[in-house]
Design a protein around this ligand. Structure first.
Ligand code: ATP
Ligand code: MG
Length: 418
């Protein structure tokens, strides 16, 4: 038997409503902030991610699904959404359109990781991108959007952690301080951290190895090295969030896993989903577009992991109860009434009422059982007598009551009660 690839998950019809629920919340909140959807390809030229995500990141170094296509070109399944959106923004000259550019995406993403709870090889993200605005209002808008999304899902125990990692200028000084701090301990650190030490020492703060984590806890803090502009920006973001009633904790250990961030970085974390605590992460990336050969365009955004969100929602007990079945199941007792039920179902669907009929020529008892199992609300039973009367016996499965309803009035009857 061929099985699903490791690290992937099927969403079965019985669970799909949960995904639709979270996706609908994402679309509604995005619309409230006037963000429009963008769709970009599932795969891109490998070079895009090497440059856009950064070649000192775990994603680019270890996690990419890269292959040669039949034309010998190296392509990669997108490991995240930002690089593709940035490419589209540049390619379509959107810097010349109305700014700020505000877009959201609901995508699958691919990373070759060791699968565990909340960590998959194919996973899904809801993300937002805001380009063109350099000031703190944009950071605050994106963070309040993320906060509104999580609140709309009913989550109460997800906490916002906020930090600033400064700009290129202030970070250079900070890197020196970090290197001075880590230098005597390099022997105790993991191989990755030894290479991060050379290429991008701040990434050492994001290491997940226990020993490195302990050392990182005592490292100098970026916040103590911010230049005046970066400090003022950070203060303004915090003030806007407080004013908007968005609670946060400043957490100097938040540096984010991607190379392109500057100034504001944030994560919404929860301990409800076990070790993989970050459900949503984002920040400002003012140098990303430049890195991709565009003129500089300031940018800020976030991405939320849908699988982790669903885990946290389950743990907090805020998943919607269950999917609803058809509004009406039309049961037939014999061939003639089955045929009438089949036609009646067509009429009801035309009137916007989800319904189904017996496709397996089963007994009425078996049809009731199916209607009940699939969560139908009403069962309309048709037999010889009902056909003669031109009316169905309509049973409300929730109220356990039943009523005679003329065929011609059935649509209105159900609409009024469903
Ligand atoms: P982590 O530190 O947990 O590996 P990350 O920094 O690599 O996360 P991002 O690139 O910021 O993650 O992606 C944004 C969000 O996407 C994460 O906060 C998480 O919710 C989700 N995510 C990332 N990688 C995976 C994965 N392999 N499986 C499921 N969800 C993921
Ligand atoms: Mg990761």
């Amino acid at each position: 038997m061929i099985q699903i690839p490791k690290g992937c998950k099927d969403v079965l019809p019985s669970q799909a409503y949960l995904w639709q629920y979270v996706e609908a919340a994402a679309r509604e909140v995005a619309a409230a902030y006037a963000f429009k959807e963008i769709r970009t390809p599932v795969f891109e030229h490998t070079e895009l991610f090497a440059r856009g995500v950064g070649d000192t990141t775990d994603i680019v170094n270890k996690e990419m699904y890269t292959f040669l296509d039949k034309g010998g070109r190296s392509v990669t399944l997108r490991p995240e959404g930002t690089a593709g959106v940035a490419r589209a923004f540049i390619e379509h000259g959107l810097a010349g359109s109305a700014l700020p550019f505000k877009a959201y995406y609901l995508i699958s993403a691919f990373r070759y990781e060791r699968p565990q709870a909340g960590r998959l090889r194919e996973f899904h993200q809801f993300g937002c991108e805001l380009y063109g605005a350099a000031g703190a209002f944009a950071d605050a808008e994106v963070i309040t959007l993320a906060d509104a999304f999580l609140k709309r899902l009913g989550l109460k125990k997800v906490e916002l952690r906020l930090n600033s990692i400064g700009c290129k200028r202030c970070r250079a000084r900070y890197h020196e301080a970090l290197k001075a701090y880590f230098a005597p301990h390099l022997g105790e650190m993991c191989e990755d951290c030894r290479s991060r030490y050379e290429k991008n020492p701040m990434r050492m703060l994001d290491c997940k190895a226990e020993g490195c984590k302990r050392l990182a806890a005592g490292a100098p803090r970026m916040l103590d090295y911010l230049c005046d502009d970066c400090r003022a920006h950070f203060e303004q973001v915090k003030a806007l969030l407080s004013g908007a009633g968005v609670a946060y904790t400043v957490d100097p250990s938040i540096v984010r896993g991607l190379d392109y961030y500057s100034r504001t970085v944030f994560e919404f974390v929860s301990d409800a989903a076990g070790a993989q605590g970050t459900v949503l992460g984002g920040g400002r990336y003012d140098t990303l577009l430049e890195q991709m050969d565009s003129k500089p365009v300031p940018a800020v955004g976030f991405a939320a992991g849908m699988e982790r969100l669903l885990l946290v929602m389950e743990a907090e007990g805020v998943l919607p109860a269950s999917d609803m079945g058809a509004a009406c199941y039309l049961a037939g007792m014999d061939d003639a009434s089955r045929r009438r039920a089949f036609l009646l179902a067509q009429e009801l669907r035309g009137a916007g009422i989800p319904c189904e009929t017996d496709l397996m020529e089963r007994s009425v008892k078996a049809q009731f059982k199916y209607a009940d199992k699939t969560g139908a609300r009403f069962v309309a039973v048709l037999g010889e007598r009902e056909l003669a009367e031109g009316a169905a016996e309509v049973k409300d499965l929730r109220a356990s009551s039943s009523e005679r309803v003329k065929f011609g009035e059935l649509a209105d009857y159900i609409k009024r009660r469903f």
